[in-house]
Design a protein around this ligand. Structure first.
Ligand code: NAP
Length: 245
């Protein structure tokens, strides 16, 4: 019997991460769900994709991706890996001119979750991607346009796009492809209260609708399958970018 490939999705207890976990489960991957504190939601994700494909193995691993110690401990429980999706992320809405409201705590949480986390997970993942692999970073349109929930969020996603480029170059010779998705504004728990941003985003989308969590998940799976592609930044945004440049 051939072994299933294994995918680790960080921040998969809900939202975009959950949708990615479900689509990879349907595609026959064994799934490792990482979450930080939402154990109940992570359990729901696991139930959902067990229903989607009962033949796969699923594992829940709690870890804060911004902690080097916790990431190392999480990876010590993973013997091998084919796909890493760096999805865990966080932000809060602060007007770009209002730098006083960007406290050091917010600065650190945004940068540490959105940039340091993917860096730490990449560092550990490539030790166990012995047969090559695929790493997908979930960045944001804001990393390309400088328009987003706050200035540090935009910068953290720009840094993640840059990490995609450098790692794609460095890891290509080892058969590890590194790509990036840049979603436009998507309706999830993270963004649900940002009504003014959703109104503006809808008006900007050439397709007349924003991207959904399922759109992001589909693009993530396809990017993983595109064996000839590395260092790519794929926008999935309903055409929102077209009105932002
Ligand atoms: P969400 O619904 O808030 O889900 C975020 C997930 O990340 C949760 O599972 C959360 O779990 C986990 N997480 C947060 N901090 C973590 C940490 N330090 N360690 C481990 N897990 C952590 O957000 P989402 O909208 O699905 O966002 C997913 C990704 O897409 C993020 O990187 C976000 O920046 C990016 N993105 C989102 C949008 C959008 O409009 N929604 C647009 C562009 C990019 P816990 O609750 O357990 O912490």
């Amino acid at each position: 019997m051939t072994k299933n490939k294994i995918a680790l999705i960080t921040g998969a207890s809900r939202g975009i991460g959950r949708a990615i976990a479900i689509i990879f489960a349907k595609d026959g991957y064994d799934i490792i769900i990482n979450y930080r504190s939402s154990e109940e939601e992570a359990n729901t994700t696991q139930t959902l994709f067990r229903e989607a494909n009962p033949s796969i193995t699923t594992t829940l691993l709690q870890a804060d991706v911004s902690s080097s110690e916790e990431v190392t401990t999480m990876f010590s429980r993973i013997p091998s890996l084919d796909v890493l999706i760096n999805n865990a992320g966080w932000s809060t809405q602060i007007a770009h001119g209002d730098l006083e409201s960007l406290s050091p705590e917010i600065y650190n949480r945004v940068m540490d979750t959105n940039f340091k986390g993917p860096y730490l997970c990449t560092r550990e993942a490539i030790k166990i991607m012995t047969q090559g692999g695929s790493i997908i970073n979930i960045a944001s349109l804001s990393g390309l346009t400088g328009r987003g929930s706050n200035v540090i969020y935009c910068a953290s996603k720009a840094a993640l796009i840059n990490l995609t480029t450098t790692m794609a170059r460095a890891l290509g010779p080892r058969g590890i492809r590194v790509n990036c998705i840049a979603p436009g504004l998507v309706e999830t728990e993270l963004t649900r209260s940002w009504r003014d941003m959703h109104t503006a985003a809808r008006e900007q989308c050439a397709l007349g609708r924003q991207a959904t969590v399922e759109d992001i998940a589909t693009a993530t799976l396809y990017l993983t399958k595109m064996q000839g592609t590395t260092g790519e930044v794929l926008k999935v945004d309903g055409g929102q970018y077209l009105e932002q440049v």
